[in-house]
Design a protein around this ligand. Structure first.
Ligand code: ZN
Length: 299
């Protein structure tokens, strides 16, 4: 992996420059420019991603604190909840229009504990996204050129399959390359957490709850599942935090779109393990996707 990356840099397949777009416009997601061979990141998107990292880290911390003396965790009960809600709403709003960072909200680079934790997770989330784009430049440059030349053209079923495979390959590369550089458990955990939050940020960015990947991407929930299959840690708390982050993220997604996801009889409701909880949530996601298929088929 590393050798391929080095070769790509030496041969000019990959331009080591990163282009940061600072225009005051709504969020544009990162991409690899096949013509300049560089990665393009938009400042507004980076603000969004940091804010989502902050919220997800805060959810973990708030839940952990409450779990010490509450059987049932309710994030709204925490004193930090108003700030987190404001942060989340501002971040989501960036998807529609640029808005300066609100003065009263936490920012990157501060000395507060949650800010420092967020800064670390954010770097791993950006790393995941950038290596995904690097993979496109190393492995799919010819196809990317083709794609940008025929942006409006119709894609055949075979083309779509190809694009979905390319995305899966880029997702795998993003996690594999970092594992190669940082094989140690703590880094593996941060690497996985960064990737997961990067993918969850895609869930939240959608204005609707249609998680289908469209013509060129895998479904967003399938990307998350693919990444989760890689979760293998020696220390159980690492797996626990990852699963807690994902299931909280899915609940935030359901709440945001007012999708009922909890059984009616909550008093006696108990999940034996995370697999059962995932099943409940994925069934809900599949229900929504089936509805979109029915009314807005992709073909
Ligand atoms: Zn991609």
């Amino acid at each position: 992996m590393l050798a391929k990356l080095q070769y790509a840099l030496n041969s000019g397949t990959l331009n080591p420059g990163i282009r940061i777009v600072t225009a005051s416009e709504k969020i544009r997601t990162p991409y690899a420019d096949p013509f300049t061979r560089e990665i393009v990141l938009q400042q507004n998107f980076l603000c969004y991603l940091w804010a989502i990292c902050y919220c997800m880290n805060a959810f973990n911390r708030m839940a952990f604190e409450q779990a010490l003396d509450h059987k049932l965790i309710s994030l709204n009960r925490s004193p930090e909840a108003p700030v987190i809600n404001r942060m989340f709403d501002w971040a989501i709003g960036l998807g529609t229009a640029h808005e300066n960072w609100p003065e009263e909200l936490p920012k990157p680079g501060g000395s507060a504990q949650w800010v420092k934790e967020t800064d670390s997770v954010f770097l791993f989330a950006v790393r995941y996204i950038m290596y995904h784009e690097v993979a496109h430049l190393i492995f799919h440059r010819g196809s990317l050129e083709l794609l940008s030349r025929h942006r409006s053209g119709q894609l055949s079923a075979e083309d779509r399959r190809r694009f979905v495979n390319m995305e899966n390959q880029a997702d795998d590369y993003a996690i594999d390359i970092t594992l190669e550089v940082f094989p140690d458990e703590q880094y593996r955990y941060m690497n996985m957490l960064g990737g997961i939050i990067a993918l969850l940020s895609m869930f939240f960015l959608r204005a609707d709850d249609d998680l289908r990947g469209g013509k060129k991407h895998p479904d967003t929930d399938e990307r998350l599942k693919r990444l989760l299959r890689r979760v293998k840690f020696d220390q159980p708390e690492h797996s626990l935090f990852i699963h807690y982050t994902v299931t909280t993220g899915l609940q935030v997604f359901f709440e945001r779109h007012q999708i009922p996801y909890l059984p009616e009889d909550q008093a006696s409701w108990q999940m034996e393990d995370f697999d059962k909880l995932y099943q409940l949530f994925y069934d809900k996601v599949n229900e929504r996707k089936a509805l979109y298929h029915q009314f807005y088929p992709l073909n």
